[in-house]
Design a protein around this ligand. Structure first.
Ligand code: NAP
Length: 305
């Protein structure tokens, strides 16, 4: 079969996967690109129970039976020992969301970080014309809520673009926040001026004097079906002029986005990041530009669910 006639066999592994929008996104993209192919779900339970299944799935990438695999919770870090190579971004973040077999090597990439940055730029420039996300000289502060996998990608993306970052964590998550900072800080501390990555408790008294340029919600709080929950403390006023980016995209208007807009702030959900990280994965696998508007249309969520 020539390269032109290839039928792409792609998919997503993680657990659970029933509600994933990825098949819809990628099928829409493949058909808009007039490429033959399919995007399937490969649910693999968490390790150690799922480890043999994951090894078998990765063997299908190595054999060429599969041409690309996305990875989501809980395997973004767990698969690292089974890979031959990591992209610089994946190495820095310590997690992968895109796997491909290139030049005889199983390679892990991370498109969450560039996907977030790209969509943040789109949002920030529409909210404040002329705003350039990557032109921070250590003079901008982002407050990131949560210290899990998505927060790692967001913090490394922002720090790479010259932002100072404070991670707000709930008490149970203190060790995860510390570990995130310890692993990322050495890559940024040498900059001039040095980038600050710090942490603080996610509560009213700790956040009352913060005046960030940007707030990012990287917790699952507010995600369907828990649609009335808001990670921002209810008795804390929003700093004026702050941009609000909620990684949650279901429902389309989360409680955080709604409250921020009511306070006169510009706020957006994470659907654009979802589309962009998928588009970047597809470009890695096919070597062709991905049709972002067709992808966005395919997952435009209507209504509360
Ligand atoms: P994760 O690894 O499970 O991390 C979640 C983080 O949020 C942890 O630090 C967790 O702390 C914290 N958290 C959970 N409940 C909280 C609460 N009630 N109050 C304060 N903090 C809380 O999950 P993830 O992969 O980072 O994903 C986070 C969210 O981002 C999910 O909703 C996911 O769907 C979304 N996401 C969106 C995109 C996109 O493309 N838009 C991409 C990736 C992720 P504990 O460890 O203490 O629970």
């Amino acid at each position: 079969m020539t390269e032109m006639a290839r039928s792409y066999s792609l998919g997503l592994t993680g657990y659970p996967l029933e509600h994933s929008l990825s098949p819809r996104l990628h099928q829409a993209a493949l058909s808009a690109m007039r490429l033959d192919g399919e995007y399937k779900l490969f649910p693999v339970p968490p390790f150690p129970a799922g480890e043999p299944e994951m090894i078998a799935l990765l063997a299908r990438l190595r054999s060429g039976e599969l041409h690309g695999l996305n990875v989501t919770i809980p395997h973004k870090t767990a698969v690292l020992p089974f890979l031959d190579e990591l992209s610089p971004a994946a190495r820095l973040i310590g997690a992968v969301n895109t796997l491909s077999f290139r030049d005889g090597r199983l390679v892990g990439d991370n498109t969450d970080a560039p996907g977030f940055l790209h969509d943040l730029q789109r949002f920030a420039a529409s909210a404040q014309p002329g705003f350039a996300v990557s032109q921070s000289d250590g003079d901008r502060l982002a407050l990131v809520l949560g210290a899990g996998g998505a927060a790692r990608a967001v913090v490394s993306a922002l720090a790479s673009s010259g932002w100072n970052v404070t991670i707000a964590f709930r008490r149970s998550d203190q060790a995860q926040a510390r570990q995130l900072i310890d692993s990322l800080l050495p890559s940024f501390a040498h900059r001039s001026p040095p980038i600050r990555i710090e942490s603080v408790l996610l509560d009213t008294s700790s956040l009352v004097n913060f005046d960030p340029t940007l707030l990012v919600n990287a917790t699952p709080v507010g995600m369907w079906p828990d649609v009335n929950s808001n990670p921002w403390p209810s008795d804390l006023r929003f700093p004026s002029g702050m941009l609000v980016y909620d990684l949650v995209y279901k429902p389309p208007e989360t409680a955080l986005v709604r409250a921020a807009r009511s306070a006169g702030l510009q706020a957006v959900n994470g659907l654009g990041m979802l589309v962009e990280q998928a588009a970047l994965s597809l470009e890695l696998w096919t070597g062709q530009p991905a049709p972002r508007s067709a992808m966005r249309e395919a997952v435009a969520v209507k209504g509360p669910s």
